[in-house]
Design a binder for this molecule. Sequence first.
Ligand code: BGC
Length: 426
Amino acid sequence: MTTTFNKCLMAGAIPLAILLSSSAFAQEGTSKGEVEVLNWWTSGGEAKALGALKDKLADDGIGWQNMPVAGGAGTNAMAVLRSRITSNNPPTAAQVLGYDAQDWADRDALSPLDDVAKAGNWDEVFPQPIQRFAKSDGHWIAAPFEIHSTNWVWANKSMMDELGIEQPDTWEAFIASMKKAQEAGHTGLAYGGQPWQDATVFENVVLATGGADFYRQAMIDLDPKALDSDTMVRSFDRFRELLQYKDDNSPGRDWNLATAMVINGDALYQIMGDWAKGEFLNAGLKPEQDFMCFRTPGTQDAVTFNSDLMIMFKNDDEQQQSMQNTMAGIIGSPEFQVTFSQLKGSVPARTDLSSDGLDACAQRGYEQAKAAAESDTLMGSMAHGYAAPAGVKNAVFDIVSSFVNGNMPSDVAAEQLAMAVQGARS
Ligand code: BGC
């Protein structure tokens, strides 16, 4: 297999970073060769979590060629992945989300992972809502890293204490607390104005407004009657209300910079998936001492989730195949599932592990995710590729972001949402 590294050598262009990392491989010993892994884990917390995989592979004598493509939720990474496949130069493996994994499996691009899955008893230990995406036609096609969940609020604890803000349980109390922060000269809601982040916050509001059944009807079943309904109009109304508490510099802001606003005491809250917790932890902060985590008010009874899946591309090289299997085995192993989540902010995707090593937020999150999987309220995130295929997801992004960036009335937004989803499906 011709690696990017070899191609750089042939072209005579060897960036310093590659030289440095290749000498690091030599020290670790790369008797078995190296894997090239495409991912979008570029923030501080994300890179640390990814480093745990690199280290584990190094213990097995497998070298690491990182292929990072910055951009939250993988929007940019997926474009790069498509172009790599089109030019017949797939990486060894790639981080993807639910429907994208299914899409690559449908294109017959993936190595089956059934042997590794069988050895690790994956059928028994991963919950059904994840198997639904990590298997295709009864075969395992992806290794699940974790369960992330999107209906969380991350809060600056000293600001809450200073302003006498109790953890809000209702939407009204949530809004009132942001108003209080705003009046004291802070930003109420740390916000990153990018389509996937708009959609992440929006799906929280839909769940808070309509409850689990409505979320499912609208976001997963894509029922036009739910998409263009009074409840959806109310969701857009509430979304507009929430947007009053973001600052003027939010357009284009990366999610981790929004998290930093809460960390630094510039903003009270961020509504974001629990990868945000990875940033707090990376900054040396402790949950419930330095920062607070709670379910978005009104969404306490359900969990919207996504799970990063590692897919392995078909390869004729037996050495590559064996390294792919080793990597999948590591990702699915009990020890790695805990170590990774401790750094990433997530909870293990396996449901058979002790939560002793997890922090306070993750202990709650793990129990909630497992309970939700049992009661059928572990529902796929629209913003993160687990509610609908990419075409529909992007259509939702378009409407939601137009709403954020303009003056679209709520009833028009609901109507447009239903039309856009319909259009993307036909
Ligand atoms: C991924 C996370 C990632 C986040 C921000 C999500 O779609 O599942 O692993 O940290 O995007 O990029």
